[in-house]
Write a protein that binds this ligand. Structure first.
Ligand code: URP
Ligand code: ZN
Ligand code: ZN
Ligand code: ZN
Length: 472
C-alpha cells in the first residue's frame, strides 16, 4: 500500500509555543515533518498534493472538550446529531470533540457509554472521545471508573452540584468519586452551581409570576456559582484530587479558582464563548414574542457584561486554561418554546461548536489574546488536559494531521441562514468576524476546502485517552 503524501506549503505555522513560516509534510494520517519554507529540506520533499497556504495561518485542528450532541434534556434532545454536529465543528476548524456519555440513573457507566457509542460510532465526520457523566455514584460505578481509566475509554468524569433529581450528586457522593479519581488518575469535572438553593429560588420566582427567560439568570445567582466552586475545590483538596471546573461564567467563581491555583492546587477552569461574548442583556431580550431570551438560556447562565473582562484576564493569566463550547443546541421553535410561561422548562444550552475558533480569533484581532494563546486555549491545552496530546492539539512530527489552513483576513457575518449546525438560530446572529477556516484536514484527509464539504460521516474515529497531562 502506498501512503499519500501532502505538503501544506508557505503558511505561518502557529502552535501554542511557536510561530514560523514553515511547510508541513503529511504522510498518510500523520504529520511527518516541518521545515522552513524555502529551505533545502522543504524543497526536497515530494508529494501527491500540495496545498498552498501562502498568506494563511496553519494551525492545529481545534479540540472542543465539551459538547452535547443528541443530549436528552428537559423532555427533548439536543438538536445536533453526531453527524451534523461534527460536520459543523469541522466547518469551524474543530477536528476533535469530547462529548459526555450520561450514566442513566440506576444504571451503569457502561450503559451510558454503550448508548453514546451507538449514537456516535460510524456517524462522526471528525474524531471524538467521551467523558462520562456520573449521575449515580455507588460502589459499582467506582469500580467501573477504574476500568475506564485503565482502558482509556473515558478518563474524565463530570459530576453535578446542580440539577437535583436529574444529574445532581450530594457532597458525600462527590467526595467518593473524587477519592476514586485521586487513586486511579481520573479527572473530576464539576458543574459548580448550588442546585438545591437554586431550586428554592426558582420556585419562589415562579410563584411571584416571574416566568420570563431573564429570570433564569436571576435565580442562578453568581454567589451560588462561587459557593459551589469553593466547595468543589475544598472537596477536591480533601480527596487529594485534581479538579476541572466546567463552564465558569462568574468573576467570583473564577476568583476561587485563581486562589486555589495560587496555593498550588491542581484546579483548572474552562470558560465558553457565550460567557466571553454574550451577557444578561441577551437573556433579557424580549423580541417580537417576549421570549427571545430563551435562545440564551444555558447553565451556568450568562452574566452581566462586567464579568467578561475578568474572564478575558483569567484566560491571559492562565487562571482559566481552556475554552470549550458546551455546545448543546435546542431549536427555538418547538424546543426552547417548551419553557414559554415557565423559564425553568426551557432546555438549557447554546449552540456554538462551529463558532468557537472564529470567535476566539476575533479576540486575537481585538487584542484580548495573542495568536499563540488562541491556539493554546482552543487546541493544545484541551488535548493535554484530557489525555489526547501530542496526537491532537499541536503540529509536530507524529501528531495526527488535523490541520487548518486559516484565512486571518476573511470576513464573515455569522448567521443561522449560513451555519451548518442543526439549529434554527445563531446565538451570534449578525456578528461580523474576521478570520475563517479555508481548508481543514482531519487525519490527513481534506474534509473542507474553500466552502466545499469533502468529508463524510464515519471518517471520524473514537479516541482512547491518557489521563490528564496538565498536572503540576
Ligand atoms: O446549559 C447547559 N450547559 N447545558 C448542557 C448541560 C451542562 O450542564 O453542561
Ligand atoms: Zn509573517
Ligand atoms: Zn454543566
Ligand atoms: Zn455541558
Amino acid at each position: 500500500m502506498t501512503t499519500t503524501r501532502t505538503i501544506v506549503r508557505g503558511g505561518l505555522v502557529i502552535t501554542a509555543t511557536d510561530e514560523l513560516h514553515a511547510d508541513v509534510l503529511v504522510e498518510g494520517e500523520r504529520v511527518a515533518a516541518l521545515a522552513a519554507t524555502g529551505s533545502d529540506a522543504a524543497l526536497a520533499w515530494t508529494a501527491d498534493t500540495v496545498i498552498d497556504a501562502t498568506g494563511h495561518y496553519v494551525i492545529p485542528g481545534g479540540v472542543d472538550a465539551h459538547t452535547h450532541m443528541e443530549l436528552p434534556f428537559g423532555g427533548t434532545a439536543a438538536s445536533d446529531t453526531f453527524e451534523t454536529g461534527t460536520r459543523a465543528a469541522a466547518w469551524g476548524g474543530t477536528t476533535t470533540i469530547v462529548d459526555f456519555a450520561v450514566q442513566p440513573v440506576g444504571g451503569s457507566l457502561r450503559e451510558g457509554l454503550d448508548a453514546w457509542h451507538a449514537k456516535a460510532d460510524g456517524n462522526c465526520a471528525v474524531d471524538y472521545a467521551f467523558h462520562t457523566i456520573v449521575s449515580d455514584v455507588n460502589d459499582g460505578v467506582l469500580k467501573e471508573m477504574d476500568a475506564l481509566v485503565d482502558s482509556g475509554e473515558s478518563t474524565s468524569f463530570k459530576l453535578f452540584m446542580a440539577y437535583p433529581g436529574v444529574f445532581y450528586s450530594d457532597d458525600g457522593r462527590i467526595l467518593r468519586a473524587m477519592q476514586r479519581g485521586a487513586a486511579n488518575g481520573g479527572l473530576t469535572m464539576m458543574h459548580a452551581e448550588n442546585g438545591i438553593a437554586i431550586d428554592v429560588l426558582v420556585e419562589q420566582a415562579l410563584a411571584a409570576g416571574k416566568t420570563a427567560p431573564r429570570y433564569h439568570g436571576e435565580v442562578r445567582r453568581e454567589l451560588l456559582e462561587a459557593e459551589a466552586t469553593h466547595r468543589a475545590i475544598k472537596l477536591a483538596q480533601v480527596a487529594g484530587s485534581p479538579l476541572y471546573v466546567v463552564h465558569v461564567s462568574a468573576a467570583s467563581a473564577l476568583a476561587e479558582i485563581a486562589q486555589a491555583r495560587d496555593a498550588g492546587l491542581n484546579v483548572f477552569g474552562e470558560t465558553c464563548p457565550q460567557y466571553l461574548f454574550l451577557s444578561t442583556d441577551d437573556l433579557a431580550e424580549e423580541g417580537p414574542d417576549g421570549f427571545e431570551g430563551a435562545k440564551y438560556v444555558c447553565s451556568t447562565p450568562l452574566r452581566p457584561r462586567e464579568h467578561q473582562d475578568a474572564l478575558w484576564r483569567g484566560l491571559r493569566t492562565n487562571d482559566l486554561q481552556v475554552v470549550s463550547t458546551d455546545h448543546c443546541p435546542f431549536c427555538y421553535v418547538g424546543q426552547k418554546e417548551l419553557g414559554r410561561g415557565d423559564f425553568s422548562k426551557i432546555p438549557n444550552g447554546l449552540p456554538g461548536v462551529e463558532n468557537r475558533m472564529d470567535l476566539l480569533h476575533q479576540a486575537v484581532v481585538d487584542g484580548h489574546l495573542t495568536r499563540r494563546r488562541w491556539i493554546e486555549i482552543a487546541c493544545t491545552t484541551p488535548a493535554r488536559m484530557f489525555g489526547l496530546h501530542p496526537r491532537k492539539g499541536t503540529i509536530a512530527p507524529g501528531a495526527d494531521a488535523d490541520l487548518v489552513v486559516y484565512d486571518p483576513a476573511a470576513v464573515q457575518t455569522v448567521s443561522a441562514a449560513t451555519h451548518h449546525m442543526n439549529v434554527d438560530y445563531s446565538a451570534y446572529e449578525g456578528r461580523r468576524l474576521t478570520g475563517r477556516a479555508r481548508t481543514v484536514l482531519s487525519r490527513g484527509t481534506v474534509v473542507l476546502d474553500r466552502g466545499s464539504w469533502l468529508g463524510r460521516a464515519g471518517h471520524g474515529t473514537f479516541l482512547r485517552r491518557d489521563t490528564c497531562q496538565y498536572l503540576v
